[in-house]
Design a protein around this ligand. Structure first.
Ligand code: ZN
Length: 152
C-alpha cells in the first residue's frame, strides 16, 4: 500500500517540473499532495483507503500522459480530488482550510446587521463590528483545526 503513495508523490513531483504553469495552476498540485498525505494518515482506520489511492494513482497516470494537450479534462481531475476530499470531510471529520473564517465572517455579518439595526438603529455600524468579530473567531478556529491536523 505504501507503494501507491510513493508512486503518487513521484508523479506529482515529476508533473511539477514538466507541465506548463497554466496546467499546474489548474490542477492545484499542492492541494492534490495534501489530500494524498491526509488520506495516508488514515491508512490504518480507513476501509476505503486503498480504493481511493488506486483511483487517484490511475487518474494521475492518465493525466500525466495527456496534461498539456488541448483536450485535458480538468473537471475530471477536480472531480477525483473532490471525491476524496468529501470522503475525508464526511468520514474523517476534516475541514477545508479557511472554512471557519468564511463561515463565521458571514455569521458575524448577519448578526452585526441585526444588532446594528436593533441596538444602534444603524445598519452600517453593526456590519463591520460583526464582520471583524466573525473574522477573529473564524481565524482562531481555523488555526486550531490546523494545529490539530484537521484541515485538508
Ligand atoms: Zn476513509
Amino acid at each position: 500500500m505504501e507503494q501507491h503513495v510513493n508512486d503518487i508523490m513521484t508523479i506529482i513531483k515529476r508533473m511539477r517540473k514538466t507541465i506548463s504553469k497554466e496546467s499546474s495552476k489548474k490542477l492545484d498540485l499542492n492541494k492534490c499532495e495534501r489530500v494524498v498525505q491526509r488520506l495516508e494518515s488514515f491508512s490504518a482506520s480507513c476501509v476505503e483507503y486503498e480504493q481511493y489511492q488506486v483511483k487517484l494513482k490511475d487518474h494521475l497516470i492518465q493525466l500525466e500522459a495527456n496534461v498539456d494537450e488541448m483536450n485535458t479534462d480538468f473537471n475530471q481531475h477536480k472531480k477525483v480530488i473532490q471525491c476524496i476530499v468529501s470522503h475525508l470531510q464526511k468520514e474523517h471529520k476534516l475541514v477545508p482550510e479557511g472554512m471557519y473564517l468564511t463561515l463565521y465572517m458571514s455569521i458575524g455579518m448577519s448578526l452585526g446587521m441585526v444588532f446594528g439595526f436593533t441596538v444602534f438603529d444603524n445598519l452600517t455600524l453593526g456590519l463591520p463590528i460583526g464582520m471583524s468579530m466573525g473574522i477573529a473567531i473564524g481565524a482562531g478556529l481555523d488555526a486550531d483545526a490546523k494545529k490539530k491536523g484537521n484541515t485538508i
